[in-house]
Every structure is written in C-alpha cells, then in structure tokens.
Design a protein around this ligand. Structure first.
Ligand code: ATP
Ligand code: MG
Length: 286
C-alpha cells in the first residue's frame, strides 16, 4: 500500500530539527520518467533509531496521507527503508510551520488569519466526510505553502501535515505535553475519534489568533494535567464570536462539540470589519 522510494534516489540536505521521535531533513528526490531525470524538493522525516518499534504506526501515518487527496492536506510521496532507517518522504512546503511564521511576522491581518482558519475547517470537513480522525492538529502541523500578503487580498495557502506516530506508542509524557491540543478524553482512552480533532481545531484557532503563542506555555506536565482535571479553559479572546467558537470546540464533553458544517458556517460568519470596529471603538456595531 506504500509507494517505495529507493534510497539512492534521495539526496540529503540540511537538518530542520526534531519532531516526535523524528529527525527532519530537507532533501531531493530524483526519478526517471521518459528517460529524463526529474528532481523534486522533498522533506525527509526519519524515525529515531531508538524508537524503531514504532515503524508500523509511523508508516501508517504515511499511508493515510497517500491514500487521501485534498488541496489542504500535505502530499506524501512514499517511504524509503535503508538498512535500519525508516524514512517518510513528503512534499517540502516552502514557508514552513505556521506557528513559527506567526511568531516571526510583525503584523498579520485578521483576514489572513481567517483565511487560514477557513482552510483548516475545509480540511477537517473533508476528513470528517471520510470518517478519518487525524489526531495531531496544531499550528506546528499547518505548513504554509503560499505566504500571501497579510496586508492585501492575496490569501495564504496552508497544508495540514501527517499525524506522525500514534499516541499509544508515544508514551504518557508526550501525550501530556500535547495538552491543550490533545482532547481531554484521549488521556484516558488513547483512542482518537472525530470529535478529538474538533477540540484540537479550537486550540489551533486560539494559537493562530494569538500570533503563534503556545497555549499553557511554561506549565510543566503535572500542571498541564491539572488544567484538564479542573476542566479549565484557555483565556478567552476578546473577539466574542471567535471566543465562542473556540469554547464550543473545546468542550470537555465530546458529543457537545459542533459539526464541521457548523464550524464552517461560524468561521464564515466572522467578519473582519466587525473585528476592526471592535478594536477602534471597543464595541461592536448592532
Ligand atoms: P509531530 O508528529 O509531533 O508533528 P514531526 O515529526 O512532524 O512531529 P514537527 O515538529 O512537526 O515534526 O516538524 C519540525 C519542523 O520541520 C517544523 O517546525 C517545520 O519547520 C519543519 N517541517 C515539517 N514538515 C515540513 C514540510 N513538509 N515542509 C517544510 N518544513 C517542514
Ligand atoms: Mg509535524
């Protein structure tokens, strides 16, 4: 079910850091088509040697992404196995992770952020229709393919990355560290349902509208766990309609979270001009 890529067709470039049990590199993949050599820029995700036992789950994530196709889902080209090295070969996305982008950008307009929110809602709706739970939605896993122009009508374009190794295998500490992105019920069950992605969508909206700031930053794992035990909520954003949508998504009872349809309707009804008036005058127009 995988497309296998020969190791000798890959060239390795600079390291881009580490993820959950992974090392990430930039690189190229070459293939011969019609006697012509084609070179594609790729991202190489290598599973850590000391977590080799996770290879099945790691490749399952690759397989999931190669079986479904949507404009806002990252393209996975295939996998490559070399000696004891397990590699996921995926599309290289030019502007990298959204959280980093938001942190380094001086000013990103509300309509730019709303576009990103709409695109993520669209990807989420697609996954819901296919009955696929992703399980690792966060601003870090939204990659920016087109920067757009935060100050004009030129929209950004995002792609949702693969979910990576399943949380059952990542271990308790990684799961606790994913608070407040991971839905609270996952801590007990370690099972990912469609509703879990709605919670993570809410957290991701919060991140986007707080310019990539990580929610609950500075809390240790025990404090993070207590945050859920006390049924706490993230600080509400001042834009009431947006804060309300986030609160609906981040309800502790999974069955109370809105459908993707409802999420899309609400995101579409958030009108930038209202936000701008709120900022200028402190009140919203009636
Ligand atoms: P996780 O499963 O927790 O998401 P991961 O293995 O996917 O872990 P990340 O931490 O998500 O690793 O990614 C590390 C960094 O690599 C990101 O911050 C981003 O800058 C970069 N990156 C990841 N995927 C891509 C991609 N497809 N194109 C360009 N850059 C990427
Ligand atoms: Mg990732």
């Amino acid at each position: 079910q995988f497309h296998m890529i020969k190791h000798e067709d890959l060239t390795w470039g600079e390291s881009l850091g580490q993820g959950s049990f992974t090392h990430i590199f930039r690189g190229h993949k070459t293939d011969q088509r019609d006697e012509v050599t084609h070179t594609t820029e790729v991202l190489l995700k290598v599973l850590d040697a000391n977590h080799k036992n996770c290879w099945e789950s790691f490749f399952e994530a690759a397989s999931l992404m190669s079986q479904i196709s949507h404009k806002h889902l990252l393209l996975v080209y295939g996998i490559s196995v070399h000696k004891s090295k397990n590699i996921m070969v995926q599309e290289f996305v030019k502007h990298g992770a959204l959280d980093l982008y938001l942190k380094k950008s001086m000013s990103v307009s509300v309509s730019w952020k709303l576009d990103v929110a709409k695109q993520l809602a669209c990807a989420l709706n697609f996954l819901e229709e296919k009955n696929i739970a992703h399980g690792n939605i966060c601003a870090k896993n939204l990659l920016l393919a087109r920067e757009g122009d935060p100050s004009s009508d030129n929209s950004p374009f995002i792609k949702l990355s693969d979910p990576g190794t399943s949380m059952t295998l990542l271990g308790k500490d990684v799961v606790l560290d994913r608070i407040p992105w991971v839905a609270p019920e996952v801590l007990d069950t370690l099972e990912i349902e469609l509703e879990c992605d709605k919670w993570s969508f809410g957290t991701t909206l919060w991140e986007i509208f707080n310019n990539g700031e990580a929610p609950l930053q500075g809390l240790d794992l025990i404090q993070k766990q207590q945050f859920y035990e006390h049924f706490s909520n993230l600080p509400a954003l001042e834009w009431t309609e947006l804060a309300d949508l986030i609160a609906q998504c981040m309800q502790y009872q999974p069955e109370l979270r809105p459908s993707c349809r409802s999420i899309i309707r609400q995101v579409n009804s958030l009108i930038t001009s209202d936000y701008e008036i709120l900022h200028a005058t402190g009140t919203l127009p009636k």
